[in-house]
Design a protein around this ligand. Structure first.
Ligand SMILES: [Zn+2]
Ligand SMILES: [Zn+2]
Length: 296
């Protein structure tokens, strides 16, 4: 990425004046935006990997740096961090949403190699402990009890998923809100309430129901994915989007998309229809490539 102006992700012309753009971060550039905010004080994030093959989300603001999930090997995760000009050295915290292998596959080696602290629920720790092995440090978290790193606040909330005490997160920073909503079997009132007034929503659009039904997965797996504790379909993603959309929502990232049971265009069309007129920028997180480091 060599464009020194940053890149507007919108394909539909300039956003309304009231809405600040999400930009792709250019490393080593001391840029100041039109509101005079310094580059280092912005909330930045990159989805390093998303999908059943492994998940990881990197977030930083004002010198604080965290990772949510480590579902690829330590080596692959480090390569993806290098791709966005970052490393795991000195990270303030690594969070785990739940014990499924696509979220913790590289957790133990990552934490040990870089001497990092794990933050997760007692339930996840209990289930994932044998996979992760001995860790440098475990800090128990609970749904609805925010964890603060300076002004960067990580608020866990409970998710309906077939895991023990699984959570997702809303990230708060100086009035900005970024919501993560993946590995959800259904859109509960609590989930809707947590995801109101977001600036950015990273939302699961896992499968197209017809493709899943017609696809190659065993019946028991299909039933699990479609259950109340499985994954959000494109339609369920649309339902959640329509209940949390508002004029301040600047970016929607479609996440955890199945390569077997979904097609990016189907997911995109369903999400756009749910969002209606005032459509925010939208991108699809990928399994095999990190997104650029984006800044709010
Ligand atoms: Zn998952
Ligand atoms: Zn899961």
């Amino acid at each position: 990425m060599s464009d020194h102006e940053g890149i507007d992700l919108s394909a539909a012309g300039p956003p309304p004046l009231s809405r600040r753009k999400v930009i792709i971060h250019i490393p080593d550039e001391q840029r100041h935006d039109h509101e005079g905010q310094s580059e280092s004080s912005r909330l930045k994030f990159s989805i390093l990997s998303s999908g059943s093959g492994g998940n990881a989300l990197y977030i930083e603001a004002d010198g604080k740096r965290i990772l949510i999930d480590a579902g690829l090997s330590e080596k692959k995760l480090s390569q993806r961090m290098a791709h966005i000009d970052r490393s795991f050295s000195g990270l303030d915290a690594v969070f785990a949403t739940h014990e499924h292998s696509d979220h913790i596959r590289g957790m133990g080696p990552l934490l040990r190699k870089h001497k990092l602290q794990l933050f997760t629920t007692e339930g996840t720790y209990k289930r994932a402990g044998s996979t992760m092995g001995t860790l440098p440090g475990f800090n128990p978290i609970r749904a609805d009890q925010p964890v603060e790193f300076g002004e960067l606040v990580v608020e866990p909330y409970a998710t309906p998923h077939d895991a023990e005490e699984s959570v997702a997160f809303v990230i708060h920073y100086r009035g900005l809100r970024l919501g993560l909503a993946t590995d959800l079997g259904q859109v509960t009132t609590e989930v809707k309430n947590k995801l109101q007034n977001l600036d950015v929503l990273l939302i699961e659009s896992n499968h197209d129901v017809d493709m899943l039904d017609a696809g190659p997965y065993p019946w028991v797996t299909k039933r699990r994915i479609k259950s109340d504790v499985g994954h959000l379909s494109n339609e369920a993603c649309g339902e959640l989007l329509s209940s949390v959309k508002h004029s301040g929502l600047r970016l929607v990232v479609l996440m955890h998309m199945s390569e077997t049971n979904n097609h990016p265009e189907l997911a995109r069309i369903t999400a756009r229809q749910a969002l209606g007129q005032d459509t925010p920028e939208m991108i699809i997180a990928e399994q095999n490539h990190p997104t650029p480091l984006m800044a709010l």
